[in-house]
Design a protein around this ligand. Structure first.
Ligand code: NAP
Length: 292
């Protein structure tokens, strides 16, 4: 079998056309969605991510601002900035680019972001809503994966899905979103014995371990759908996913590339969440709608 590519870049392009329409509709009501990105320290990878996100905002007409702190900044300075952005009506989304320098309390900083502006979906209110089955803002990477599966009409209900990785930003919310769509989900981690035992029975494999080439074709069920979330920089400077693309694409039916797969969807979902936040900011309160 030779797998067909799931082209994240092409799906993202289609989504952007819809985003532009939504931005236009907001403009007619006097609102321009605004995203504030906070970058702390001088991590070159974070610099690239923030630049990519800022460029995507410009493409669809979302206003974006960057706030930078040196690696030696004080936690209260970051918290004060977030509080001022929480109160700023032209900012609808706040993004704190991770990872933060280890000195800073990442949990405390993320919890300061107003849940209504938490377009990364990392605030515990939003994560809790996802667990409860009433998502408000969901983390962008797993949201990008399920959006991809939906748009490609890949059957999730009734499937056996394996998620490799249990991080709060990818693995766990990914599992919740697949469960919500009726998959039977196994979540693997670095302590899992015999990873292959699980992957070889899976109809859908989502690899989010940060280990280049971890998933080989020999570990897959023929015809499986393989979603590669991993983005790993190899010593030669090239990017690689968590899936050994050459061997996996001979066994899978559908597969995402790296780059050009999930990464493009992650950025698209950040824009989607920012536009949604702007739309919600002018929506009538639920109580007013319900009483009509
Ligand atoms: P993370 O916080 O380091 O979590 C990695 C997870 O993988 C952990 O739960 C870890 O298990 C598990 N793991 C590690 N080695 C494993 C193995 N051999 N077998 C099974 N599980 C294993 O990383 P993350 O933030 O979730 O990101 C994961 C990958 O996705 C990274 O490559 C990252 O760059 C990429 N990423 C991509 C996007 C995108 O837009 N495409 C977005 C975010 C992240 P333990 O919990 O036991 O340690």
């Amino acid at each position: 079998m030779t797998a067909t590519l799931i082209d994240g870049a092409a799906i993202a392009r289609e989504l952007y056309a819809d985003f532009k329409q939504r931005v236009k509709a907001l403009a007619s009501r006097g609102v321009r969605p605004g995203l504030a990105a906070i970058l702390i320290g001088d991590n070159p990878v974070s610099e690239v991510y923030v630049r990519t996100k800022t460029r995507a905002c410009a493409e669809v007409g979302v206003h974006s601002v960057e706030h930078r702190f040196g690696a030696d900044c004080l936690e209260h300075e970051v918290i004060e900035l977030i509080e001022s952005l929480n109160a700023n009506p032209v900012i609808h989304g706040i993004l704190v680019q991770l990872p933060l320098p280890p000195r800073l309390d990442t949990g405390r900083i993320l919890q300061t972001v107003d849940a209504r502006k938490d377009v990364d979906g990392f605030n515990w209110n939003n994560l809790g809503a996802l667990v409860a089955g009433h998502p408000r803002f969901s983390p962008c990477t797993p949201l990008g994966v399920v959006t991809m599966l939906d748009r490609e009409k890949i059957a999730v209900e009734g499937s056996n899905a394996v998620v490799i990785g249990r991080s709060v930003i990818v693995g766990k919310p990914m599992a919740l979103m697949l469960i919500a769509r009726g998959a039977t989900v196994t979540v693997c981690n670095s302590k899992t014995r015999e990873l292959q035992e699980y992957t070889s029975r899976a109809d859908i494999v989502v690899a989010a371990a940060g280990k280049p080439g971890l998933v080989k074709g020999s570990m897959l069920k023929p015809g499986a759908v393989v979603i590669d979330v991993g983005i790993n920089r190899l010593p030669n400077g090239k990017l690689a996913g968590d899936v050994d693309f050459a061997s996996a694409s001979r066994v899978a039916s559908r597969i995402t590339p790296v780059p050009g797969g999930v990464g493009r969807m992650t950025v698209a979902m950040l824009i989607a969440n920012t536009i949604t936040a702007a739309e919600r900011s002018i929506a009538k309160p639920y109580a007013a709608r319900a009483s009509r």
